[in-house]
Design a protein around this ligand. Structure first.
Ligand SMILES: [Zn+2]
Ligand SMILES: [Zn+2]
Length: 263
């Protein structure tokens, strides 16, 4: 079995202290055959203290690690998109050569979705605003491979799965855009110890497959070494139950299944 983890942060992100070499060694120790560094680029994000100051050095450091390691390391990035940063973010994505781009919904131009302020501002409309923003991201960002952590809002607000699934038609619209554009859906295991998270991904993957989706990627969203590959078996179980055989990996020629890849 080939294990992948395509969502790992390092000390290039302002919210992680993990040295890249330690992350690579940990991934190899966990029998991971393909990993991606996906450090944050959230232009204009209010609490982002050091948004990615030096992309050439970041990419150079990954290249240097690739030379020595017995593992495939993708040059990835996680971009948080708002209406006002989309164009600038897009031009950065086109200028540099990334192997893997994760599109994320962390906030809009008004508020960060994890904050209490988001609930105060939007009240009962919080989920509507959240899903509308995700739809905007997947429709308007030209370059990306996968949509990250659709469960993000559930981590920070007292919302039930039932409330989340009341927006089934909004979720369908997002999944349909991903499918039409040949983008992958990420199963993000940061919060996978919660039953709510497991049930949500179970629903989401089943729905994605029913609508014609083919590509699911695994991402631990690790910010510390101990979380690399976290809950992989749980995620694999949910994946298989939804009818998918294995996780996907992006290549220069399109998506491949990790079970069929030489990576
Ligand atoms: Zn994120
Ligand atoms: Zn992340």
């Amino acid at each position: 079995m080939k294990i992948t983890d395509l969502h790992i942060h390092s000390n290039w992100s302002s919210d992680s202290n993990l040295p890249m070499q330690v992350a690579v060694d940990t991934a190899i120790g966990g029998h991971i055959s393909c990993m991606a560094f996906t450090d944050h680029l959230d232009i204009g994000y209010p609490t982002s203290s050091s948004p990615f100051l030096n992309i050439p050095s970041y990419l150079y450091q990954i290249s240097a690690l690739q030379k020595d390691a017995n593992i495939t390391i993708l040059k990835g990035i996680e971009v948080g998109i708002t209406k006002s940063n989309r164009k600038e973010t897009q031009s950065i994505l086109e200028y540099f050569s990334f192997d893997y781009i994760i599109a994320s919904c962390h906030g809009n131009d008004e508020v960060e979705f994890f904050s209490k302020k988001a609930r105060e501002l939007y009240g009962d409309n919080l989920l509507k605003v959240y899903f509308n923003h995700i739809l905007f991201i997947v429709l308007s960002l030209s370059s990306f491979h996968s949509l990250a952590h659709i469960d993000y809002i559930l981590r920070y607000h007292p919302l039930s799965l039932e409330e989340f699934l009341d927006y089934e038609s909004d979720i369908d619209k997002i999944l349909q855009v991903l499918i039409q554009r040949n983008k992958a859906l990420e199963i993000n295991t940061k919060d996978m110890t919660s039953e709510k998270c497991k049930s949500m991904y179970s629903f989401l993957l089943t729905r994605y497959r029913k609508l014609g989706g083919k590509w699911v990627v695994f991402g631990s969203d690790a910010h510390q070494a101990k979380d690399i590959g976290k809950s992989y078996q749980d995620a694999k179980g949910i994946l298989n139950q939804a009818g998918f055989s294995s996780f996907a990996i992006p290549t220069q020629h399109g998506w491949v299944l990790s079970s069929e890849s030489s990576l």
